[in-house]
Write a protein of this length. Structure first.
Length: 276
């Protein structure tokens, strides 16, 4: 049995996801297809990388991950396949792969060439599924592409530090289903720059002075329920992916709002950490 995951910006309204799954089931015997997400914002590379990077590690080695985000083949957007930490990744060389592996070295990366004599209009269906089918039969990467050493890097999504090293300038990279705001500032980077100094976090006009271990850690359960500051309390934590996350306790984007809507934050908006 081959495990194949899908991470795309297709949404669930159209036939695209069903077509890809049908092609996989037709070409891969006993395939187990797992949807990681089809709600990636269109062409949002960093969102796709964040979601897949924090999901793939829980799958068995040998899992094949198809990435359907900006998959059109152009001279500036080649198709590649990568073996990294025992997992196979198939998609476009648009920066997503570099964000998934960070500074770590991949076992092998190839530029896919099986479509050199074809003109597909739906590359995820016509090319990526063929590669996945080949890999599911224990096929070698070298058969479907030529080995390459470098891939596209995206550096403008990384946080930066000012010259005095008393300020981190970060940004929003993801907004989850609860409307919590995930930043590109991770715990390791925060600790390296902060060196245990006091700090304040600024997101537009909102200020945070504490980072909690969890959302419930911010609530004083020893106080009577009627006296607690619960619903609507603003909270900063390092989430399960070790990224700085700004949220509101028990927020609901469909009713009274979320961190994203109430703080006025969206993708790429600035987040600043000032150390004292």
């Amino acid at each position: 049995m081959s495990i194949i995951t899908l991470t795309t910006d297709f949404g669930n309204k159209d036939f695209f996801v069903a077509s890809v799954k049908g092609a996989i089931l037709s070409g891969v015997k006993n395939a187990l297809i797992i949807d990681i997400s089809h709600e990636i914002q269109p062409y949002n590379h960093s969102e796709a990388a964040y979601v897949l990077k924090n999901a793939y590690k829980t799958f068995p080695k040998g899992t094949i991950h198809i990435i359907g985000v900006e998959s059109e083949l152009t001279p500036e957007n080649r198709h590649i396949a990568m073996l990294f930490e025992g997992h196979y990744f198939i998609g476009s060389d648009n920066g997503i792969f570099s964000m998934i592996k960070d500074d770590l070295k991949a076992e092998k990366i190839v530029e896919i060439n099986i479509h050199e004599n074809e003109s597909p209009s739906f590359y995820v269906l016509d090319a990526f599924v063929k590669v996945a089918s080949h890999l599911s039969r224990m096929g070698k990467l070298e058969v479907i592409g030529k080995t390459i050493k470098t891939i596209k890097q995206i550096t403008n999504i990384n946080p930066v530090v000012n010259n005095k090293e008393n300020q981190i300038l970060g940004s929003v990279i993801y907004i989850d289903n609860y409307g919590n705001v995930v930043t590109n500032i991770n715990r390791r980077f925060f600790n390296e720059i902060g060196k245990s100094r006091d700090y304040k976090i600024f997101a537009r006009t909102v200020k945070f002075e504490n980072i909690y271990d969890s959302y419930t850690d911010a609530i004083d359960f020893s106080s009577p329920k009627e006296k607690r500051e619960e619903d609507g309390k603003k909270i900063a934590i390092f989430n399960s992916a070790n990224h700085l996350e700004l949220g509101i306790y028990k927020s609901n984007p469909k009713t009274y709002g979320s961190a994203a809507s109430l703080f006025g934050l969206d993708y790429r908006d600035p987040i600043t950490v000032k150390f004292e």
